[in-house]
Design a protein around this ligand. Structure first.
Ligand SMILES: NC(=O)c1ccc[n+]([C@@H]2O[C@H](COP(=O)([O-])OP(=O)(O)OC[C@H]3O[C@@H](n4cnc5c(N)ncnc54)[C@H](OP(=O)(O)O)[C@@H]3O)[C@@H](O)[C@H]2O)c1
Length: 267
């Protein structure tokens, strides 16, 4: 695993949008004080991040690459390869792509000589609560991103793509938590407490799924609890009757196709 960068190595960001916002916020919240250099496009977000987190906005993408030891790419997929190929990269400069659906071979061809690593974070990185796949293994990227959550170092790209697509499930789960919290609130519980309860139960379910990893998994426990005549069984019948779990599987499958290679704009 390559490792050459220090904790003070400047981080450049090309593609300053939603991802850049939560990532920069997460790094600063975790105490990362390295210089952060931003591309100028999307002037409103760049200026906001500069003012809020002490970042520096440069005049063009090349100025970001020239100044940064690590260059995080977060443009839309369609713009990514052309933008990378238009830049001069130093040998062994770290290009960290967070662009979905653009593979290592294409990135490497666009930036010959650069060290290319992929990572796919989700908005929970801002809270240090994410689970982030990176490919290939890289100690520098592991160290930089570790404060944002659990890092999964993956050697083969198909596995990385499948794990990366699962990040979408996390984001959809924000909607699931919201829907449950709304119903708890409609039953008379104050909204803030309702959200805390809904999030707490999803967090407990996730922790329990971890606990059952070598004990048959969480579904076995659900089936054991959902006996005929129980509230658990009645609710499970409602969910399965509505195709709730099947819908999640279909949504993941569609996300996986995009994760394996985009054919259209797919942020
Ligand atoms: N959002 C997420 O949660 C998330 C999670 C994982 C991965 N990703 C990946 O991260 C990337 C960005 O997603 P996003 O949600 O942050 O999208 P976004 O909000 O649209 O941000 C992308 C930014 O890149 C800018 N841009 C486009 N072409 C550029 C170029 N040639 N040079 C410099 N900047 C350029 C865009 O500017 P304009 O608006 O002027 O075009 C925009 O500000 C996507 O590839 C997506 O697959 C996103």
């Amino acid at each position: 695993m390559a490792r050459s960068l220090t904790d003070g190595t400047p981080l450049g960001v090309i593609g300053v949008g939603h991802l850049a916002r939560f990532l920069v916020s997460g790094l600063r919240r975790s105490g990362d004080a390295r210089p952060i250099i931003l591309s100028p496009r999307n002037a409103v977000t760049s200026a906001d991040l500069a003012a809020t987190f002490g970042c520096h906005v440069r005049t063009d993408n090349q100025a970001v690459v020239d100044e940064a030891g690590i260059v995080l790419f977060a443009t839309p997929p369609k713009a990514c390869l052309e933008a990378i190929a238009a830049l001069r990269w130093r040998p062994d400069q770290l290009l960290l792509s967070m662009v979905a659906g653009v593979d290592l071979a294409a990135l490497q061809a666009a930036a010959p000589g650069a060290r290319v690593v992929r990572a796919i974070p989700a908005p929970s990185a801002e809270a240090g609560a994410d689970i982030i796949p990176i490919c290939p293994e890289d100690c520098d990227v592991q160290r930089i991103l570790a404060p944002l959550g659990e890092i999964l170092q993956v050697t083969d790209e198909p596995t990385f793509q499948a794990i990366a697509a699962a990040g979408l499930c996390q984001v959809w789960a924000y909607g699931l938590i919201d829907a449950i919290a709304l119903e708890i609130g409609a039953a008379g519980v104050p909204a803030e407490l309702a959200l805390r309860v809904a999030a707490g139960h999803l967090r407990a379910a996730a922790a329990f799924a971890d606990f059952t990893r070598d004990k048959g998994g969480p579904r076995a426990r659900l089936d054991a609890e959902a006996r005929p005549g129980t509230l658990t069984g009645a609710g499970l019948a409602t969910l399965e009757g509505a195709g709730a779990f099947e819908a999640w599987r279909r949504a993941y499958a569609a996300g996986l196709i995009r994760s394996r290679g985009h054919s259209s704009h797919a942020p």
